[in-house]
Design a protein around this ligand. Structure first.
Ligand SMILES: CCCCCCCCCCCCCCCCCCCCCC(=O)SCCNC(=O)CCNC(=O)[C@H](O)C(C)(C)COP(=O)(O)OP(=O)(O)OC[C@H]1O[C@@H](n2cnc3c(N)ncnc32)[C@H](O)[C@@H]1OP(=O)(O)O
Ligand SMILES: Cc1cc2nc3c(=O)[nH]c(=O)nc-3n(C[C@H](O)[C@H](O)[C@H](O)COP(=O)(O)OP(=O)(O)OC[C@H]3O[C@@H](n4cnc5c(N)ncnc54)[C@H](O)[C@@H]3O)c2cc1C
Length: 663
């Protein structure tokens, strides 16, 4: 049967080279080729089917995830896939699994915090998956407050071992992914106790399960913590609980890059900063920022295609009704999310560069950029995951009633995504870290020159009193006007917080009292980073007909949308006047009209397969209604015309009503 493209008329409207945009989105021709090839490989293999996920019981779902993970590994080995290809395969398989924590946290923790000898011993085993690891930091009683962890690792000089112990119920490890049912080993974080002295939290490699029959080793109590939010969704993951009862491990299983314990029981701190114990979190936060654009673009692709298919009201003389994408309200909700997906893509790329840079510096014992890397990863993780989780839910609403169906793909996407606002650092707690960094920067102005993402603070005197020069709506398209408005707002909010803080005798009390304002200042700073990196990206050469113009439109939408949404900040700090705000809004409306004919092509540029999207509403050909109709009949509830339970619960009720009616 010939495949009809119901969105062809939309694709014909586009004003730019979609193939060139696909390369910009992927990052390079090589990244595009890789992504395209692996996504098609996964989509065409029935072993990676995922359309029944929301209908399975937890046990069946979990077993199916184990099957897929093993099948993915077999595919990687059989096809001799490179590390890069394997990572893409995991991405397109699109099912959270214990392997994420093994590759995403266990391996990086050993690499970042292990000595050379430790890496040589453990990494080959982990690379071949002869051991499977998890990252066991969080406890029942403490997640955010890492220094409050209670698990102990006490050095026993008699036997040259550490004794790992959970002294209280609240010290039970709680949440680690992969721990519940799969991991054979953990990087367990525990308080290091040597000679009766507490040296704070450190990582230890602890074997949990037998490599022969998978039973927990003596002293280990381990299991799954139970069902989580949503059908399917993150329930493919075995988040676990773990208690240690005086479990002994050899001394050399303490990760010793940051600090060491000698055979004689002496504690030694190396010259790398203690914060490197937190290094794995910095790495993962950076990957989470890159992932935000993937999750948001997926939701936006579904909502954009469906908005072009869906018609409601407005028929004239019996003609077709209006496509809902043509309503200005729909555009004002959808297009900023489309622009955000692109903005997050580019900030993810930049953050990857920053992370690589800081890692190289750390290897050369240059720790100078670590505080900025921590502030950027923490702040951008917070900002992008919050916006993405909210954006996915907005996309569901943009799809009306059908968005609430699991077959739209949006409920599961939301349920899988939303814990990103909590894991790897609660988003508010992370913004407070950014705020601390900003307050330190302001307090050191004149003493230490701010560089990198806080470089704008060198012009603080100008930014405190500059006036916006915008006179006509088009003036808002000038990148300098936009940048200055965002810089002035961020600088003024930080300086105001710093001034308010100075009124407190006790700075910590002041910080706690003003924390809500500090979080807002941190948001302003992080938004400025995203805006400025988007603008920088556009200063580069970007090949392809009309590609750069489209990106300029998206950059302006992203920036002016933020200005509109946060106009309270911009007005109260005096960075702009109500007239400027109103002109910005006029400009935004005109930008929505410019993006409208290109909307479908802009989501096609993500190059997602129908398998990856997992959504009837977002399917490439836009043939939504027949597919929805067919899918309904495939629901297990429709296996029989008369439901199970009819004789037990419906028929007696109906009969009883007949008797009552006769009375
Ligand atoms: C199929 C086959 C496939 C094969 C191929 C496969 C390839 C596969 C690849 C798979 C990929 C999948 C991706 C993974 C998926 C993820 C899944 C989700 C996992 C989720 C895991 C987790 O969820 S895991 C737990 C995370 N749990 C937190 O996230 C706790 C937050 N809580 C804190 O993070 C701290 O506790 C908090 C608040 C800072 C206060 O810490 P505190 O009290 O000690 O600190 P203070 O505030 O006193 O800070 C003291 C000084 O340290 C500075 N500083 C603080 N942190 C710093 C840092 N990180 N780096 C540098 N510096 C730092 C600070 O700036 C101060 O500096 P200064 O003194 O100079 O001012
Ligand atoms: C799906 C999922 C997977 C996870 N995987 C892992 C894993 O693999 N390994 C692992 O070790 N952990 C894992 N975690 C745990 C996760 O890292 C923690 O839940 C997270 O760091 C938040 O900590 P918390 O739960 O203690 O939140 P809490 O700190 O208890 O937060 C509760 C509330 O208090 C607020 N709050 C806390 N402190 C402050 C403060 N100082 N100032 C202002 N407000 C504050 C927060 O903003 C939040 O609103 C996972 C969690 C989830 C949900």
């Amino acid at each position: 049967m010939e495949r009809v493209d119901h969105l062809a008329h939309e694709r014909n409207k586009s004003e730019f080279d979609v193939d060139a945009m696909k390369i910009v989105w992927a990052g390079s021709p090589h990244a595009f080729e890789l992504s395209d090839r692996i996504s098609k490989l996964v989509a065409s293999d029935p072993g990676f089917r995922k359309d029944n996920r929301t209908m399975l019981s937890r046990k069946d779902l979990f077993k199916n995830t184990l099957r897929k993970a093993a099948y993915a590994w077999k595919t990687i080995v059989d096809l001799h896939l490179s590390e890069e290809e394997a990572a893409k395969l995991r991405f397109y398989v699109d099912e959270p699994a214990y392997t994420d924590l093994h590759w995403g946290m266990f391996v990086p923790a050993i690499k970042g915090q292990g000595t050379d000898e430790q890496q040589q011993k453990w990494l080959p085993l982990a690379y071949k998956m002869q051991i499977i690891g998890c990252y066991a930091q969080t406890e029942l009683g403490h997640g955010s407050n890492v220094q409050g962890l209670e698990t102990t690792a006490t050095f026993d000089p008699q036997t040259d071992e550490f004794i790992i112990h959970s002294p209280t119920l609240t010290s039970s490890k709680w949440w680690p992914g992969g721990l519940g049912k799969v991991a054979t080993h953990a990087i367990a974080y525990a308080r290091l106790i040597v000679g009766g002295r507490d040296y704070g939290v450190n990582g230890f490699i602890v074997q949990l399960r037998s490599l022969e029959d998978h039973s927990p080793l003596p002293g280990i109590t381990v299991g799954d913590i139970g069902m989580k939010f949503g059908n399917g969704a993150y329930n493919t993951m075995d988040n676990g609980v773990l208690q240690f009862d005086h479990v002994r491990i050899p001394r050399d299983q303490m990760l010793m890059r940051v600090s060491q314990v000698t055979r004689e029981g002496k504690y030694k701190q190396s010259d790398v900063p203690r914060q490197l114990v937190y290094g794995t979190m910095v790495y993962v936060r950076q990957t989470i920022v890159a992932d935000a654009s993937c999750a948001l673009s997926r939701a936006v692709c579904i909502a954009t295609r469906y908005s072009a298919v869906r018609r409601q009201f407005g028929s004239q003389n019996g003609g077709p009704e209006t496509q809902v994408i043509d309503y200005k309200t729909q555009q004002s909700r959808l297009f900023p999310l489309l622009a955000s997906a692109y903005a997050f893509r580019f900030i993810g790329e930049w953050l990857k560069w920053l992370y690589t840079d800081v890692t190289q510096r750390l290897q050369a014992n240059d720790f100078s950029t670590l505080p900025e890397a921590h502030a950027c990863t923490a702040g951008l993780k917070s900002l992008t995951t919050t916006a993405t989780a909210d954006g996915i839910e907005e996309c569901r609403k943009l799809c009306g009633g059908h968005g609430y169906l699991c077959s739209s793909g949006l409920p599961e996407l939301f349920a899988v995504y939303v814990p990103a606002c909590t894991y790897e650092g609660d988003n508010t707690v992370l913004l407070l870290q950014v705020a601390r960094f900003l307050m330190k920067t302001v307090s050191q102005l004149g003493v230490k020159k701010p560089v990198g993402t806080i470089g704008y603070m060198t012009r603080v005197d100008h930014l405190m009193q500059c006036r916006c020069g915008v006179q006509r709506a088009e003036d808002w398209l000038n990148p300098s006007a936009l940048l200055e408005a965002f810089e002035a707002r961020a600088a003024r909010m930080s300086v105001a917080c710093a001034q308010n803080l100075s009124n407190f005798d006790n700075p910590e009390e002041g910080f706690a009292e003003l924390s809500a304002d500090l979080v807002e200042a941190a948001v302003a700073h992080c938004q400025l980073i995203i805006v400025s990196k988007f603008i920088e990206k556009l200063q580069q050469e970007i090949p392809g007909k009309g590609v750069k113009q489209q990106l300029e439109v998206l950059c302006n939408i992203y920036t002016l949308f933020l200005l509109h949404k946060h106009q309270g900040d911009f007005l109260s700090t005096g960075c702009i006047t109500p007239k400027h705000a109103s002109l910005a809004n006029d400009q935004l409306r005109s930008l929505y009209s410019q993006v409208r004919p290109n909307a479908i092509a802009l989501v096609d540029a993500f190059n997602y397969t129908d398998h990856f999207l997992g959504s009837i509403l977002g399917c490439y050909d836009g043939n939504v209604y027949p597919k929805l109709y067919e899918a309904a009949w495939e629901d297990p509830l429709n296996d029989s015309v008369v439901p199970d339970g009819y004789h037990q619960y419906i028929r007696p009720l109906l009969k009883q009503q007949i008797r009552t009616a006769r009375l």
